[in-house]
Design a protein around this ligand. Structure first.
Ligand code: 5AD
Ligand code: SF4
Length: 470
């Protein structure tokens, strides 16, 4: 049994790590052929992609996908720690699973993902959720087949959580959810330690994958007919710093852009590491999608400093405008937190004024949620929860106004859309534009899924656009 430890999770040293090729154990292959699984995924794209690896590992063990958690022999929660409500949802699900397990004694229940890295969560599971068969951390996902096997064979609760990252495993199997759009991890972990954020503790230090491994994965995806790759990392802009002297995200993007892949996206970018070379590359290659997620978090310099964000309102705006001026028709989205401890009305108004200046195409807005073990959880907070909620409503009104205004400017324009499916509710095709806007559209001719088509935009809504295929 390995339990999580925050002291280890905080450590950042210069230890090298080995690149290890994953090999599935022949002994375990298809051992559980008569069993089914269900994965419930919470949180970000990183977790969604981990679930694609988890599904593949389970399928190599012989499990088949169940239609619902109610029918499955194994239910796995791939959890998120970022805010309290993600926590509450996972614990709510564990409550439902407890009842299910009373009826189905052989049900196997596992918890993995970010919550598994939290000391208090694992303590709580060991104390109050004894029916959970195993807990597996984010750094040792590759051990999943053995952990499940041991949990079933020994009928004991298994907890395997490493708080210091070990080797970097390549070649984990994957079952991709979307046949045209693929996630590709390029860097794991985060060294930024923004004071409110739990990610550096749950995902560990920054570790880049070797460029050869990434390029090979992209080549394989192209061979398999994928049209879009999204390069993933908690902070993709730090790519390469831990591995190379002079090779960064700009270089990687450029190498991928020269390949025959129609769409390249990347997320998430911390403004601190955004280099001029990157901006230049974005402007140069039409297959790098002009859609950038650039979290600002706050418009107040005082709050940015307390958040440990390493930039000022002024330097963020300078970067924002440089990107807007260099990358044709770029859309920029952001994340904003309101109600950080001690945020005053003046601080909040600074955020509102920054939104008026940036007029974002999309924004994810949150109320600050105190996370155990982070520096911000110790800050004095005199802002009431109702005040924070009220600020969120006010902020949402402003961001929504600009979503609609920006969308209205697209009425009459022709956008390239990757056809993803048919929405049953609307009986229309849907897909995303280059700037990542959701487009619902009609077409006189039948379209192939995965095709990229020209769509004339006929009307704008706040979160989507309607159109007609040309
Ligand atoms: N409370 C609220 N929002 C948070 N985020 C990260 N940590 C917290 C927290 N403790 C938000 C940030 C980040 C996004 C992924 O989640 O805005 O960019
Ligand atoms: Fe969290 Fe900041 Fe790292 Fe983003 S950059 S994952 S907000 S610590």
């Amino acid at each position: 049994m390995h339990l999580p430890d925050y002291k280890d999770a905080r450590t950042r040293d210069k230890r090298g790590y080995k690149r290890v090729s994953f090999k599935f154990s022949d002994e375990l292959r298809n051992k559980y052929r008569n069993k089914s699984y269900f994965i419930k995924t919470y949180g970000c794209q990183m977790n969604e992609h981990d679930s694609e690896n988890i599904a593949a590992l389970l399928e190599e063990l012989g499990f088949t996908l169940a239609d619902s958690y109610l029918d499955a022999d194994l239910v796995l929660l791939n959890t998120c720690s970022i805010r309290e409500n993600a926590h509450n949802k996972a614990f709510g699900m564990l409550g439902r699973l407890k009842h299910l397990k009373n009826e189905k004694k052989g049900l196997i229940i596992g918890v993995c993902g970010c919550m598994a890295q939290e000391v208090s969560v694992v303590d709580e599971i060991l104390r109050d959720y004894k029916f959970v068969n195993f807990v597996l951390g984010t750094h040792n996902l590759y051990q999943l087949p053995n952990v499940i096997d041991a949990a079933i064979e020994n009928n004991l609760q298994q907890v395997e959580v490493f708080s210091r990252e070990g080797d970097l495993y390549e070649g984990l199997p994957v079952v991709r959810v979307n046949p045209f759009k693929a996630y590709v991890n390029i860097i794991y972990g985060c060294n930024k330690f923004c004071t409110y954020c739990i990610v550096p503790y749950t995902r560990g230090r920054e570790r880049s994958r070797a460029k050869e491994d990434i390029l090979k994965e992209v080549d394989d995806l192209i061979c398999d007919g994928y049209k879009e790759v999204t390069l993933l990392g908690q902070n993709v802009n730090a790519y390469g710093k831990d591995l190379y002297n002079d090779y960064n995200l700009g270089d990687l993007l450029e190498e991928i852009a020269k390949k025959d892949i129609p769409r390249i996206r990347f997320m998430t970018s911390h403004p601190w590491d955004f280099t001029d070379k990157m901006i230049e590359v974005l402007g140069k290659y039409p297959n790098i999608m002009p859609s950038i997620h650039l979290p600002v978090q706050s418009g107040s310099n005082r709050i940015l400093k307390l958040m440990g964000r390493r930039y000022t309102r002024e330097s963020y705006l300078e970067l924002f405008h440089k990107i807007k001026d260099t990358v044709p028709n770029v859309s920029i989205s952001t994340d904003i937190i309101v109600g950080f401890p001690g945020e005053t009305e003046e601080d909040f108004l600074e955020t509102i004024s920054l939104v008026h200046e940036c007029q974002y195409d999309n924004a994810f807005t949150f109320v600050f949620s105190s996370r155990d073990g982070t520096p911000a959880c110790k800050l004095k907070d005199n802002v009431s929860i109702s005040e924070k909620e009220e600020r969120l409503q006010r902020l949402n009104k402003v961001v929504n106004y600009y979503f609609l205004e920006n969308n209205k400017k697209l009425e009459g324009a022709t956008l390239k859309v990757l056809v993803e499916g048919i929405s049953e509710k609307k009986n229309m095709y849907y897909g995303y534009s280059e700037t990542n806007k959701l487009i619902n559209f009609v077409s006189e001719k039948d379209l192939e899924m995965g095709e990229i088509v020209d769509v004339l935009i006929t009307s704008a809504k706040t979160w989507s656009l309607d159109g007609k295929c040309k």
